[in-house]
Design a protein around this ligand. Sequence first.
Ligand code: NAP
Length: 259
Amino acid sequence: MLTSIKDQTVIVTGGSKGIGKGIAKVFADKGAKVMIAARGEKEAAGAVAEITEKGGIAAFACCDVADEKQVSSMVEKTVSTFGQVDILCANAGVFPQKKMVEMSAADWDLVMGVNLKSAFLCVKACIPCFEKAGKGRVVLTSSITGPVTGFPGWSHYGASKAGQLGFLKTAAMELSRYKTTINAVLPGNIITEGLEGLGQDYLDTMSASIPLKRLGSVEDIANAALFFASDEAAYITGQSIVVDGGQIIPESLEAIEEI
Ligand code: NAP
């Protein structure tokens, strides 16, 4: 049992959908006050409603995480709404699939901006809050794609996700003076609305390639984030954890068929 995070304020970027919504709901269930930061108002309002209807506390800040001014305003809105920022879950990300022969420099820059520059912008904007509180927690949503594996069409995405882990190491050192930790969760294949749309055949094929024989749930990722955000994880910083049902372990197709 982890020490309660009740009444702590958490920013979840990309909290309106998918993994981020899962993180927002799990943290809200544990009593945290949740600021959902995303661009689309309709989906964010839906996520806020799902939390508040269950008695949780949540609000929405419209924000493009690749834009420094918008990130500053989002953090200011969090402080004016909830009084502080205790935890930042920098989760927002995009994964447009394009092979290098078709990829433009603008495609590359977009993915780097939303997935990697945003981590720096969000962490930087929260530092005054962590400094004031004398503590803080940052959890990045990276991926197995990039740090551990590759997938055609995701060279920019993989670079951005591996880049997050490079950022993490020095950020852990710089944030230590504010008694703030920063760690990363590396999801495997997680069931989100988008993935469900690909059909049962696709889901079955993907599940068969994973030792635990199922895709991950958003709660699987949220629970790892919750641990990194807890008091019990106070001495862990600059680290990452793969949450993938063992997906990266088999060394060949034969190995998975042997199970
Ligand atoms: P998703 O369902 O597409 O949700 C993405 C979220 O990010 C949405 O809330 C979206 O809201 C927000 N977002 C996108 N661009 C943004 C921007 N420029 N500024 C602010 N918010 C933005 O994606 P997901 O599958 O949950 O993925 C979430 C994170 O997990 C990503 O970092 C992704 O790389 C990582 N991940 C996912 C998987 C997986 O299997 N799903 C696996 C490994 C890693 P708006 O579009 O309204 O802004």
